[in-house]
Write a protein that binds this ligand. Sequence first.
Ligand SMILES: Cc1cc2nc3c(=O)[nH]c(=O)nc-3n(C[C@H](O)[C@H](O)[C@H](O)COP(=O)(O)OP(=O)(O)OC[C@H]3O[C@@H](n4cnc5c(N)ncnc54)[C@H](O)[C@@H]3O)c2cc1C
Length: 399
Amino acid sequence: MEVHVIGAGLAGLAAACRLAELGHAVILSEAAPQAGGRARSYLDRRLGCRIDNGNHLLLSGNRAALGFLRRVGAESSLTGPAAPVFPFRDLASGAAWSLRLNSGRLPWWIFSPRRRVPGTRPRDYLALARLRRAGVDDRVAALIGDAGPLYARLLEPLAIAALNTLPAEASAQPLGAVVRETLEKGGHAALPRWAALGLSESFVDPALAWLRARGAEIRLGERVTELRPGQPAILAVPPWAAKELMPELTVPDAFESICNLHFKARLDPGEAGFYGLLGGMAEWVFPRGEVVSVTISAANRYLALSPEEIAARVWAELVRGFGLDAALPPARVLWEKRATFACTPAQLRRRPGPRSPRPGIALAGDWTDTGLPATIEGAIRSGEAAVMALLGGGPALAK
Ligand SMILES: Cc1cc2nc3c(=O)[nH]c(=O)nc-3n(C[C@H](O)[C@H](O)[C@H](O)COP(=O)(O)OP(=O)(O)OC[C@H]3O[C@@H](n4cnc5c(N)ncnc54)[C@H](O)[C@@H]3O)c2cc1C
C-alpha cells in the first residue's frame, strides 16, 4: 500500500520508518525545508557552530525512542553518564548535591543519605506511589506538593521538565506514567541520555537515509494544504495544522513555551555531563564543548522579558552557580512559543487517539493521546500507534 505521511517531525519519521519496515511505499511530505520539526539542529551564525533548537533529554527507559534509533542504526549516537546520577546546585543556598539512583529495581538509594535528596526521609518518597495512582484531574502541586524538600529539590523540577507546565496547573497523570516507566523500574531505566553531536545527527539524518535506502519518497519544503480522499495518510503535523486540514478534530489548543539559551562559553561538564539548577530561572545546564546550553521550561511566565534581559539574568545565574567569568559571552536565545501543549486536565481531554474521524487517515504527534507528556518518546510512540491504527483498521478506517 502507498501511504502519505504528512509532517517529518519525530512522529512522522517514526511512522514512515515503521511503514517502510512493513514493506509499504512511503511518501513523506514536510512543509519546512528540513525534517525534524521541534527537534532539529542548525548552524548558528552568531555562535559560529551547530546547535540544537533546544536541549532534549531522554531517559534510558524511553524504549520507543531507543528502538527507533536502533532501527535506523543510530543507537550509539546518544551519550550520557554510565550511572544514573543527577547533579543539582541550589542558587539560593549555594548547596550542591547529586542524586544517585541504584541500577536495580529495588530502590535502596532511598535509604542512603549520600544518594537520596538531602534533607529528605525515606518515607517522603511515598509521594511517588501517590503519583502512580494519579487521575487526570489531580494536579501535581495539589497531589505531591506537601513532600517538603523532596518536592522542592526533585519532584517539582522533574515535573516542570517533563510536563512543560507549572505544577499548580499540570495534571499529575502523565508524570505518573513517566515515573512508572523510568524511576520506578530502577536506575537502569533512568540513565540520562542526549544526542552526542546533535538532534539531527541522531534522530533525523539517519532516519532520512534509512528511508531513502528503502525507496521512500521524501519531499521537503512541501506544505500539504488538503487531504486527498482515498489516499491512505498519516497526519503527523502539530495540532493547529491538523485542525486546519481536518476541521472536525478536537485538538489541544493551549500551549507552553520553552526558552533555550546557548552561550559561547566553556563549563566543566562534571561526572554527569549536565546540571540541574534550583532557585533561579535557569533549570538545566548542558555544557557542550564550546557552548553552554540552558533550558527553561514552562517559560510563558517569562514572556514579558526581552531576549537580552533573559540572557543577562541567566548568565548571572551561571556566574553565581559555577564561578564563570562575569562578562556576558555571545548568546543565542531560542524561544519556542508553542513548544508543547499545556499539560492541564482540560487539554489532556482534547487529545485524540490515533484514529481520525475520516476513513484511511490516522493521527500522530506528541499531542495525540499517548498517555505520556509531549516528549520525544511520546512522539515516536504516536507515529507507531498511527501505523497500527491505519493498518489494523477499525470502525473509523476504511479497509
Ligand atoms: C525547545 C524544546 C525542548 C524540548 N525538550 C524535550 C526534552 O528534553 N525531551 C523530550 O523528550 N522532548 C522534548 N521536547 C519535545 C519534543 O521536541 C517533541 O515532543 C517532538 O519533537 C514532537 O514531534 P512531533 O513529530 O510530534 O511534532 P513536530 O516536531 O512539531 O513535527 C510536525 C512537523 O509537521 C510539519 N508540518 C506542519 N504543517 C504541515 C503541513 N501542512 N504539511 C507538511 N508538513 C507540515 C512541521 O513543519 C513539523 O516538521 C522539546 C521541545 C522543544 C520545542
